[in-house]
Design a protein around this ligand. Structure first.
Ligand code: SF4
Ligand code: SF4
Ligand code: SF4
Length: 293
């Protein structure tokens, strides 16, 4: 078996994820909370620098009925800045923010390393996150005035739910049953992170659902060159999402981590959508000849 190949920067993903976590939670830039971070990072965390895009969308849903009742037109209630930020990142990079930047995705990767052989969730469950996006981020907050996704979000339970009561005695005194329920949800996910491939990203996350919509049309794409593939299955064994990258890269479950782009035979690579396909005619034959006894 040949060693993994591809550009050296592909092997810096863990360092980029760590840097992203620090950048999003360094406290020193907290004056930037008006800007959205393109990852799930709770803005109620005392160290968080930026706004959570899902929290911002949900707040817009909550305030929309009041604005409409006050005479605002329908277009004035659309959170154009937040949607524009998500469209900007999604159109350029698809789900690369999931694979490279999101702090909660990184946590799942780290805990996922504790167990090599993961259990697989039914693929149909991945459609649940679209229902969660529509139901808990838009519809229920609009009709009830309550932040339903935030109430249940394990990322919020971890970053804000654990830290805020620690540093603020008034909040500590307000801890009640719902706080314990959130911590139980968080604990259940932490256990699941060890046994499944990023279960929160695959089944629950509404932000991942939004970025998934761009994966097949984003400017940055993953490509498969069938002529170079020798079916060694390295990419299948190493895909952190348990996918077959030869057919499922750029799909809605792919987090664009580009692990598969380290294919030892250069059959998978990343490139801008407008770049011409690499011409590898004859390379598979070359490989076959070179490896013949
Ligand atoms: S799907 Fe996962 S990696 Fe992507 S934004 Fe959600 S939590 Fe983060
Ligand atoms: S694309 Fe083909 S050659 Fe490359 S790792 Fe996957 S199975 Fe092996
Ligand atoms: S298909 Fe490739 S880019 Fe997508 S999750 Fe798997 S290894 Fe990462």
């Amino acid at each position: 078996m040949k060693a993994p190949s591809g550009p050296a920067w592909l092997r810096w993903r863990g360092a980029v994820q760590a840097a992203s976590f620090v950048f999003a939670n360094s406290y020193f830039l907290r004056g930037w909370k008006g800007f959205c971070y393109p990852g799930l990072n709770c803005w109620a965390c005392p160290l968080a620098n930026f706004a959570c895009p899902i929290g911002a969308l949900q707040n817009a849903s909550i305030s929309a009925p009041r604005a409409l009742a006050g005479g605002a037109s329908w277009w004035a209630i659309i959170p154009i800045y937040t949607i524009g930020t998500l469209v900007f990142f999604g159109a350029l990079f698809g789900r690369m923010m999931c694979g490279w930047l999101c702090p909660f995705g990184w946590l799942q990767d780290l805990l996922g390393r504790l167990r090599k052989h993961k259990l697989k969730l039914p693929r149909q469950l991945s459609y649940l996150r679209y229902a969660i996006l529509v139901g808990l981020v838009f519809v229920l907050p609009y009709y009830t005035g309550q932040p339903w996704f935030t109430k249940l979000c394990p990322q919020g339970a971890l970053e804000a739910g654990l830290t805020q009561p620690l540093i603020n005695p008034e909040l500590r005194a307000m801890v009640h049953e719902f706080w314990y329920l959130k911590q139980v949800i968080l604990a259940a996910f932490i256990v699941a992170f060890v046994f499944f491939h990023r279960p929160f990203c695959g089944v629950i996350c509404p932000l991942g659902a939004i970025f998934s919509l761009f994966n097949r049309i984003s400017a940055w794409q993953i490509r498969f060159d069938a002529a170079k593939c020798v079916d060694c299955m390295w990419c299948v064994r190493n895909c952190p999402q348990g996918l077959d990258p030869r057919t499922q890269a750029n799909g809605h479950d792919c987090i664009s981590c580009l692990v598969c782009a380290q294919c030892p035979y250069d059959a998978i690579y990343s490139a801008p959508i407008w770049a011409p396909a690499r011409s590898h005619a004859g390379k598979a034959d070359e490989h076959a000849q070179a490896t013949q006894p």
